[in-house]
Design a protein around this ligand. Sequence first.
Ligand SMILES: [Fe+2]
Length: 376
Amino acid sequence: MGLLEVPPGHISVVQRGIRFSVEVSGPSRGYVCEVFNGHFVLPDLGPIGANGLAAPRDFEHPVAAYEKRECEYTVIQKFLGELWSAKQGHSPYDVVGWHGNYVPYRYDLAKYCVINSVSFDHLDPSIFTVITCQSAEPGVAVCDFAIFPPRWMVQEKTFRPPYYHRNVMSEFMGNIRGAYDAKPKGFLPGGASLHSVTMGHGPDANAFKKATTDVLVPVKLEDALAFMFESTYLFKLTPYALQENILDKEYYKCWEHIVPTFDPNSADGYGPNQPMPPLCVRLHETPCSTGNPPVGSIPDGVFAVGRDVKPGTYKSLGPASPGLSCGWYRRSSLGGTSSDNIIDVGSSSGPQYVRIAPTDAAFESVLCQPWVLVSP
Ligand SMILES: [Fe+2]
């Protein structure tokens, strides 16, 4: 049929019965999913309509090619669950004329049009489906292939990472690059996780802490690409997967430090064991005061401009702890920490500058390293 180059960040689907070989130009890694029932197709878009998610126009087929070589080839074929081999004296890729519609394809995951909530709530990850292999039972997939690519997160009043859940699908996840938002440090590129049918799972303790203390301004998840093979079937682990040196036997510990936070008697629902750092500031009606004359370094808290902090341009080196986001607000009045008096707001996991104007009433810093005055 031809040649199909599959660069990093692409997927390729090779249908059952097609003879193929893989050549690499250097050390290479990838993830493979084999289905034994049905074929991958694009998902029904439902109310999304005609456009969105993976577009048919972006699926590419091989460039026609053949080779005329007479040498020993070993052809390996899978049959009844076992691999069989046979030798032949010429290339299997010597077919010059061919036409049909049963042909491998590739897809660049960067072309995926992400649909996400723009109001509140974390959506079911099925909204990130690229291709699906449906079973005979409606709504139940042999395999959904979903991705979690770079995207904007803008939801308000929402726990933004995936919610805690258990379901009747097996979820095999892999991380291609960057940090996965539900496990920023515990799920490295090249790794994989498996949550089998009915096993509860969700964000780790670090992700939970970040999600419950984040300033909910629009944030772009940059250069992150994780994926999931979700199947109604149970996966059996191979001896290779159970090797001591590649198995994370302490995976369950990623949830150990999550503590209950709900207190029905507190004004904001947070209880005394909440994992938030001591934010005196966020629950007070009036700004905290440093008790000192205006200074050139601003810690976390809400401070009156002029009284507690000097106007000027400040720099913070980033979040107070790795894995968090540093957020800030410039406020037009001293009362409270509501969304009504925001002049400007920002959030980042890296260094930031902010210009506090003399006309600002208050400045609020959340989970940041101290803001240092760099120019008046
Ligand atoms: Fe899940």
